[in-house]
Design a protein around this ligand. Structure first.
Ligand code: IFM
Length: 713
C-alpha cells in the first residue's frame, strides 16, 4: 500500500541527478536546498534564497523607450549539505551513488543513502537526514557512516562548497549564470564557519553558516562505531547578520513536524481508490507550502525554491494558480503573498508612467524587486493581464476572508491602482455595433499569440478589475477613499467602462474569440509537426508561431473557468472543443484549466486525463524540464482542478457553491477548506457531494444547485 505522506525514488520518473535534486528539494519559504549529492559539487547543487538576486544590464541590439533595464537573477549559493570525506591516509571519497531516498511529507525529513567510493575503490555508506526549520532558518543535518569494504578511520569536514560554473543555454526557461559575487569567509570558531555573499550590482548580502554539534567542523571518526555527526546550517535574512544558531537536530526536526501537522490539518486530501494519486497531491501541496514567501516582501517563484529556472522570478502564476490554495487553507499566508504585491506598488506606478499612463499602476510581468525584468516585451510587458490577475486574487481573498483590515491597508489600493491603469490604457471606439472600450496591442496568457487586439481573457479580466474597484469602494473605510483621492465620478466611470468593454465573439464558430484576429490565421500544421518539435518555442521562430492559430496554454478557456456564469453549457462545449484542438499544452499552466472546464461540462474522461497529467506532472517529468525546478503554478493547478473542477467550488454573489463531478475511477474524494472563519470538509462520492462544518458558525451554501444551511454536528 502506498504511504500517501511519503515519496521515494520508486515514485519518480528517473534517477537523473539534477531531476532527483529538484524533486527532493527542501525549503521553508525563505531558503531552498536542492537534494544534491553531499560529497560532489555540481552546477545544479546549492542553496537558493527567496528574493536574493543579482542584477545585470539587459543588452538590447535595438533598444526602445521603456524597455526593461536589468536582468534580475536568483543566485545559486553554496551547498549547505556538502561535506568532504577522506580516509585516514588521505584518500578522498569523490564518487558517490545514490541508493535510497525517502521524503517524509508529514515531518519534512529527507533521508538519503549514498555509497561513497575513493579512487582506490574503498567504499562506505552515508545516510544523510536533512530537515529545514519552518519557523527558523536553521537546517538540521545528520550524517551517519557505515563501513562497506573500508572499515578504518574517516576524516569528515563540513564545508560550504562553492558552486561549479553553470553552462550557457538557449532555453529561455533556464537561469543565467551569476558571476559578480563576493565571498567573505569567517572562521567564527573551530565549530563554525560563516560565509557572507554580496552581490556587486544589486547590493545585497546574505550570510550562510555551518556549525558542528561536535568539537570542530573537522572530525576524525572510527567507522566501527557507526558514527553519527550532526551539523546545523543556517541562512540569514537578506541584508541582516546571521543570528547565533540555537537549534539542534531534534529541535529543528520538531519545529518542522509541528509546522507540517498544522498544514495537513487543513490540506489533507483523500482519494479513495487511488493512494498513489493522493500521494502525488500531498507532494504538490508540500512543495507549494515550501515555496511560498512568508514575510510579506517575497512571493512564490515560478520554480519555487527548488531550482533556478525562470531566474527565481515571480509571475502571474502566483495569483491565478497558487494563491487560491493558500486563500482557502491558510489565509494569513495568502495575505502575506498579497502584501508582497502591495510592497512593489511604487515600482508598478512607475511602470505605468513608463507606458504613458499618468495615473494607476502596472505590475511587472516577471520580477523579484518589482521592476520589469522581461527582456522580451511581446511575451512580457504586453501580458498586462497580470494587473487584473492580482486584483482578481484580492477579490477572492476578500470573498473568502472578509479581511477589512487588509482591504483598508492594502487591498483596495491595489485594486484601485490597477483599475486606474485599465481606464487609461484602453480606449473608446465608435463601431457599427456601438461605442465600445477596447485594448489594442496586448498579449493574453497564450504566449504563442502576441501583440493582438482585444484578447478575450484580458478584456474580461479588466472588466472584473473595474467592477471590483467599484464594489470595494463601497466596503472600504471612507478615510482610505479620501487618502487615495477617489471621487464618486471616478468610481462611476469604472462601472461605465466595465459595461462598455468589448468581449470578442466569433460568429462562425459561435464561441468567444481569443482575440480580434485569431480566427483569420491558418491553423498550425499539427499533422506535419514531429513530436520532437514540441515545445514549439524551442524549435520555431516566434513569428512562425504567432502567425498561426496555435495556443501554448489555456487562454479564453481560462476566462470561462473564472466566470462560470458568463457562458452557457452549449457554447462552453463548442469553445472547449475548438480550443482544445489547437492547444499544445507546451506551458505547464494549461492542463489544469482544461481539466476544470471539462469537469464543468461533465466530460469526465477528459477531465480525469488532464487532471492526472496535472497531478503527476513533475513526478513523471511530463514537461521534461523538472531538473530546472518544479512547475509551481501547475502544483497549485492540481489543487484547483480538484476543488474548483471536481467539486465545482465557486463563490457566486457572495455565496459558496459546490457541484460534484467525481471521476469514475474514484469512489470518494475528501478535502478541507477554510471559509470566513470556518473549517469545512467536502466529501464527494459517486452519489452525492456533502459539506461537513467542522469549525465555526452555521453557513448557507449551495450544493448541486440547492441552497442549504450547514451546522456543526
Ligand atoms: O507565467 C508563465 C507563463 O504563463 C507561461 N510561461 C511560463 C511562465 C512562468 O511559469
Amino acid at each position: 500500500m502506498t504511504n500517501t505522506y511519503q515519496l521515494t525514488l520508486a515514485d519518480i520518473a528517473s534517477q537523473e541527478a539534477a531531476y532527483v535534486e529538484t524533486i527532493f528539494s527542501l525549503a521553508n519559504g525563505h531558503l531552498g536546498l536542492r537534494a544534491s549529492d553531499p560529497v560532489m559539487t555540481s552546477a545544479t547543487a546549492g542553496t537558493i534564497v527567496n528574493g536574493f538576486y543579482e542584477t545585470r544590464p539587459i543588452v538590447y541590439g535595438e533598444a526602445a523607450v521603456g524597455y526593461a533595464k536589468n536582468h534580475q537573477t536568483i543566485v545559486n549559493l553554496p551547498d549547505l549539505r556538502h561535506i568532504h570525506v577522506q580516509t585516514a591516509t588521505g584518500d578522498v571519497f569523490r564518487a558517490s551513488e545514490r541508493q535510497a531516498t525517502t521524503l517524509n511529507l508529514a515531518t519534512g525529513q529527507l533521508t538519503e543513502q549514498f555509497e561513497l567510493r575513493t579512487a582506490a575503490d574503498q567504499r562506505i555508506r552515508l545516510t544523510l537526514t536533512s530537515v529545514v526549520g519552518q519557523t527558523t532558518n536553521e537546517i538540521g543535518l545528520r550524517y551517519q557512516f557505515e563501513a562497506i569494504n573500508y572499515t578504518g578511520q574517516l576524516q569528515v569536514t563540513k564545508t560550504l562548497a562553492a558552486i561549479d560554473g553553470d553552462e550557457a543555454s538557449d532555453d529561455p526557461r533556464k537561469a543565467r549564470q551569476v558571476t559578480s559575487l563576493n565571498f567573505a569567509t569567517a572562521q567564527v570558531s573551530p565549530r563554525q564557519t560563516n560565509v557572507t555573499i554580496t552581490t556587486q550590482t544589486s547590493h545585497k548580502a546574505i550570510t550562510l553558516g555551518v556549525l558542528a554539534m561536535g568539537e570542530a567542523l573537522t572530525q576524525t571518526i572510527e567507522l566501527a562505531d557507526k558514527p553519527v555527526l550532526d551539523y546545523i546550517g543556517a541562512v540569514s535574512v537578506i541584508d541582516q547578520p546571521l543570528p547565533a544558531m540555537v537549534g539542534d537536530f531534534a529541535t529543528i526536526a520538531a519545529d518542522s513536524a509541528q509546522y507540517w501537522r498544522k498544514v495537513w490539518a487543513n490540506s489533507a486530501i483523500t482519494i479513495e481508490g487511488d493512494d498513489q494519486l493522493t500521494q502525488a497531491l500531498h507532494y504538490n501541496l508540500f512543495q507549494l507550502n515550501q515555496a511560498a514567501g512568508r514575510d510579506g516582501v517575497t512571493n512564490i517563484a515560478a520554480k519555487g525554491l527548488s531550482g533556478t529556472g525562470y531566474e527565481g522570478h515571480y509571475f502571474w502564476d502566483t495569483e491565478m494558480y497558487m494563491l487560491p490554495y493558500f486563500i482557502y487553507t491558510q489565509p494569513e499566508l495568502a495575505r502575506q503573498l498579497l502584501a508582497y504585491r502591495y510592497s512593489i506598488l511604487p515600482q508598478a506606478r512607475k511602470r505605468a508612467k513608463a507606458l504613458g499612463v499618468a495615473q494607476g499602476a502596472l505590475f511587472a510581468w516577471r520580477t523579484i524587486n518589482g521592476e520589469e525584468a522581461s527582456a522580451y516585451y511581446p511575451a512580457g510587458t504586453a501580458q498586462y493581464h497580470i494587473n487584473a490577475d492580482i486584483a482578481y486574487a484580492v477579490g477572492t481573498y476578500m470573498d473568502v476572508t472578509d479581511d477589512r483590515d487588509f482591504l483598508n491597508q492594502m487591498g483596495f489600493e491595489i485594486v484601485l491602482e490597477t483599475a486606474r491603469f485599465w481606464a487609461q490604457f484602453g480606449s473608446y471606439r465608435e463601431t457599427q455595433a456601438g461605442r465600445r472600450f477596447e485594448f489594442f496591442d496586448v498579449t493574453g496568457p497564450d504566449e504563442y499569440t502576441a501583440i493582438v487586439n482585444n484578447n478575450y481573457y484580458t478584456n474580461r479580466m479588466a472588466k472584473h478589475n473595474l467592477m471590483l474597484a467599484q464594489q470595494l469602494a463601497r466596503l472600504v473605510d471612507p478615510a482610505v477613499l479620501r487618502r487615495l483621492n477617489v471621487l464618486d465620478s471616478e468610481v462611476q466611470a469604472f462601472g461605465q467602462i466595465a459595461d462598455d468593454i468589448y468581449l470578442p465573439y466569433n460568429q462562425e464558430h459561435q464561441i468567444n474569440a481569443q482575440d480580434d484576429s485569431f480566427f483569420d490565421k491558418p491553423v498550425w500544421p499539427f499533422e506535419s509537426t514531429p513530436k520532437s518539435h514540441y515545445p514549439l518555442l524551442l524549435h520555431y521562430h516566434p513569428l512562425t508561431i504567432y502567425r498561426h492559430q496555435v495556443a501554448k496554454q489555456a487562454d479564453t478557456i481560462l476566462a470561462e473557468y473564472l466566470f462560470p456564469a458568463d457562458t452557457d453549457q452549449d457554447q462552453l462545449l463548442r469553445e472547449y472543443r475548438y480550443y482544445e484542438q489547437i492547444t499544445t499544452h507546451d506551458s505547464s499552466l494549461s492542463r489544469s484549466v482544461f481539466s476544470m472546464v471539462a469537469s464543468r461540462l461533465n466530460q469526465m474522461d477528459a477531465a480525469y486525463h488532464f487532471f492526472m497529467d496535472t497531478a503527476q506532472m513533475d513526478l513523471v517529468d511530463l514537461q521534461g524540464n523538472a531538473a530546472d525546478g518544479l512547475h509551481l503554478a501547475n502544483l497549485g493547478g492540481s489543487w484547483l482542478a480538484l476543488t474548483t473542477g471536481f467539486a465545482g467550488m465557486h463563490i457566486v454573489n457572495g455565496q459558496l457553491q459546490f457541484t460534484g463531478h467525481l471521476p469514475a475511477a474514484w469512489s470518494k474524494l475528501t478535502f478541507r477548506v477554510r471559509y470566513q472563519n470556518r473549517l469545512l470538509q467536502v466529501e464527494i462520492d459517486q452519489q452525492q457531494l456533502a459539506v461537513v462544518l467542522l469549525e465555526g458558525d452555521a453557513l448557507t451554501i449551495t450544493i448541486d444547485g440547492e441552497i442549504q444551511t450547514i451546522r456543526q454536528a
